[in-house]
Ligand binder design. Structure first.
Ligand code: NAD
Length: 343
């Protein structure tokens, strides 16, 4: 049988354990998987692009477990009543190939993306950081805010979105959680005085939601919305005077902010910082950028965390996903005879 966490279970699981505790726990799983980066099979994700958006498959595996996520990115979806990003994912047993765990990942992706941002900010943001600008206040924004606060203590938010309703929604969701929120009048206004700038906008253009003149020495930029060919958020000049950290270079060259740069533009893979193979922040004035696109190992970690966390709880069901004939060669006999109606 395969364990299945559906949307209802996911919501109940978060209700029981809380966003903050879950994302902190997920950071530990992410760190342990990033530290054993070399033990994973890695490839850029497989993307199917259409004028509407993108549908992607994100596979990875270690010696025991194979994982993949199905995810879409459709920036025009909210205007049509659909979400920009939805997903589901699977863990399978490498030894026999059977799927052992299946989960909704629309919510889980928001949790894992925020936990990944938090893991990186913990290493790269200046320790005395107090304020984050949040540019783009859609689905990912509250998760980002909560995860960054639990990793860095940042409680002051300067939020900006081109959609005033999205800003009002973000404020409504976060104020009861004791965030101090300033509603900015532009991206530059949001970034003014911020120690971390998170960009999580969705627009299938090479947008420049943040211009070079908004950057101050010592900032950490957590750029998560540029994650597809032709879809970026930063003024490319910002990258020239910053140190850029990525997940998996071959995928980020296709999808990240660095797609607007030459193929040999210098980047550091974040796992190297965690394992001490490369430096992270080296000065108070250095501008660091996490050019996040979302990588399969993060989904592997998130699924692994969810699988372990729901074990022994009622937040999953056992489903019959794999046919199981008594004789493994007699699938036909397992199906039974064809009996047309009235035959
Ligand atoms: P969403 O559609 O719910 O929210 C995006 C918000 O950006 C909207 O409120 C929109 O009004 C706003 N926006 C668009 N252009 C803007 C601009 N120029 N200035 C300010 N605001 C602007 O999308 P979401 O689910 O929150 O995802 C946000 C982005 O993050 C998407 O691009 C998505 O593909 C990406 N994403 C990345 C990862 C990752 O791992 N890096 C994971 C999940 C989502």
């Amino acid at each position: 049988m395969t364990r299945f966490v559906d949307v209802h279970d996911m919501v109940r699981w978060i209700g029981r354990f809380g966003h903050e505790a879950i994302m902190s726990g997920m950071v530990e799983y992410l760190e342990s998987d990033f530290k054993r980066w070399q033990s994973f099979e890695k490839s850029p994700r497989v993307a199917s692009h259409t004028p509407f958006g993108v549908i992607e498959l994100m596979p990875t595996s270690d010696a025991d477990t194979y994982a993949f996520k199905y995810v879409n990115g459709h920036p025009s979806n909210p205007a049509r009543g659909f979400q920009t990003v939805t997903a589901f994912g699977v863990l399978a047993d490498v030894q026999n190939g059977y799927p052992v765990f299946l989960a909704e990942m629309t919510v889980l992706t928001a949790l894992r993306t925020a936990a990944t941002s938090a893991m990186v900010a913990k290493q790269l943001a200046r320790p005395e950081s107090t304020t984050m600008a949040l540019i783009g206040t859609g689905s990912q924004s509250e998760f980002q805010s909560i995860a960054i606060r639990s990793a860095t203590g940042i409680n002051k938010l300067r939020i900006w979105d081109t959609d005033p309703d999205a800003m009002a929604k973000c404020e409504r969701n976060l104020e009861p959680l004791n965030f101090e929120i300033y509603k900015a009048s532009s991206a530059a206004d949001a970034a003014a005085g911020a120690d971390i700038v998170t960009t999580c906008t969705a627009d299938k253009t090479n947008a420049q939601v943040l211009h070079k003149d908004a950057i101050r020495p010592g900032m950490h930029l957590n750029a998560i919305g540029g994650d597809c060919p032709g879809k970026t958020e930063l003024d490319p000049d910002i990258l020239d005077e910053a140190t850029v950290f990525v997940e998996y270079t071959p995928q980020t060259r296709i999808e990240g902010e660095i797609q607007n740069k030459p193929a040999d533009f210098a980047v550091t893979e974040f796992w190297q910082v965690l394992t001490g193979k490369a430096p992270g922040r080296t000065s108070e004035t250095q501008v660091t950028i996490f050019d996040s696109v979302g990588f399969a190992i993060e989904d592997f970690s998130a699924l692994r965390y969810l699988r372990d966390s729901v074990d022994g709880t009622e937040f999953f069901e056992e489903i019959d996903l794999v046919a199981h004939p008594d004789d493994p060669k007699d699938l036909f006999g397992f199906v039974g005879a064809y009996s047309p109606v009235g035959g």
